[in-house]
Design a protein around this ligand. Structure first.
Ligand code: GLN
Length: 332
């Protein structure tokens, strides 16, 4: 168990970061809210939640950690995990690479040498992940995935938000165009509408910031939910999933993130960021104001500062930081 003093220090620092990154509410310069993801987000621009979960199950929360928001691109991580389990690493790699693309999340670019999307964290690659998930029908594929997402969060009543799904299916020209092009190139197979239904259903699952931190902690905990102990991802695929997050999780700002924050992470256009420090903890942040890459502005600010204060950057010396790596559970 985490010692009381360390527990309090982390809580204090999270609260401090939340208030120092809030800047009195409203949007920060350069922030915008992507309105159709969903439209209500515009009214929710001030929401700001921060939650951490250690692999021993210790949890911290501050701010609007109970507000629900759609996972959007964060879902790409978990769907990719399922694709790996259903097909194995080699077959999955033949269909989608592990190379950062350096392009925006919805760009229409491919690894032409290998005839596949660059990685599963951009839309093209995520559409292939959805394509790789087994199931006799689109409903069965969604159900199988949803079951896993429930294990990650520990919330057995987690659901796809049908309103958000309908909204996304309505404003889906780019993903449709991308899908048709990819099918013509042999990268995507079968029914395109079914595949988009699967992909966008996962994007439309709503979580709280606390649940997001639990999803991250499950990845940090070798693929097992730290509270329930249930397995969400086979440990053979953890390294692949977390490596891809590390290099490609923040779209075309992934390099800057890896340099400044140095924690494998994934963001989504509703303003969520999930960060995973293997064998240590998972972090969830939610704040809908986005930068031009589609990443949460406050989310990045908080993670950067947290990484610096606690020496969390994977390549940094924790002793050079203000507090060092406190509350790090002993590995059994
Ligand atoms: N649902 C969104 C889409 O496919 C996800 C994008 C994102 O979060 N970057 O366009």
């Amino acid at each position: 168990m985490v010692a009381q003093a360390e527990r309090e220090l982390v809580q204090e620092q999270l609260e401090d970061l939340r208030s120092s990154c809030s800047k009195g509410g409203g949007l920060l310069p350069g922030e915008e809210v992507v309105s159709y993801y969903p439209p209500e987000m515009e009214q929710q621009a001030d929401l700001f939640g921060l939650a951490g979960t250690n692999i021993d199950g210790t949890q911290w929360e501050t701010g609007d950690t109970e507000a629900r928001f759609p996972l959007h691109s964060i879902s790409k991580v978990f769907t990719y995990g399922m694709a790996l389990e259903d097909n194995g690493l080699d077959a999955t790699l033949r269909r989608v690479g592990v190379e950062p693309s350096g392009d925006p999340f919805n760009s229409i670019t491919f690894d032409e040498v290998n005839n596949r999307p660059f990685n599963p964290m951009i839309n093209a690659g995520a559409l292939v992940s959805a394509n790789l998930v087994h199931g006799a029908s689109k409903e069965e594929r969604v159900d199988r995935l949803l079951e896993r997402y429930r294990i990650y969060t520990g919330n057995s009543s987690l659901e796809v938000d049908q309103k958000i799904l309908a909204e996304q299916l309505r404003s889906n020209d780019r993903n449709l165009g991308l899908s048709y092009l990819m099918r013509s190139l042999g990268m995507l197979h079968g029914d395109i509408d079914d595949n988009l239904f699967v992909y966008l259903s996962m994007c439309s699952i709503t979580v709280t910031t606390s649940e997001l931190s639990m999803m991250a902690a499950t990845l940090a905990h070798g693929g097992r939910n730290p509270i329930t102990g249930d397995r969400a991802l086979h440990h053979d695929h953890l390294r692949t999933v977390i490596s891809v997050m590390n290099m490609c999780g923040m779209y075309d700002a992934a390099g800057e993130w890896a340099h400044d924050v140095g924690i494998p992470a994934k963001s989504g256009v509703s303003g969520g960021i999930m960060a995973v420090l293997p064998n240590y903890f998972g972090l969830g942040v939610f704040s809908p104001g986005l930068d031009r890459h589609g990443n949460s502005v406050r989310g990045i600010a908080v993670c950067r500062e947290l990484s610096a204060r606690f020496g969390l950057h994977v390549f940094a010396d924790p002793n050079d930081s203000r507090f060092g790596r406190v509350a790090q559970p002993e590995l059994a």
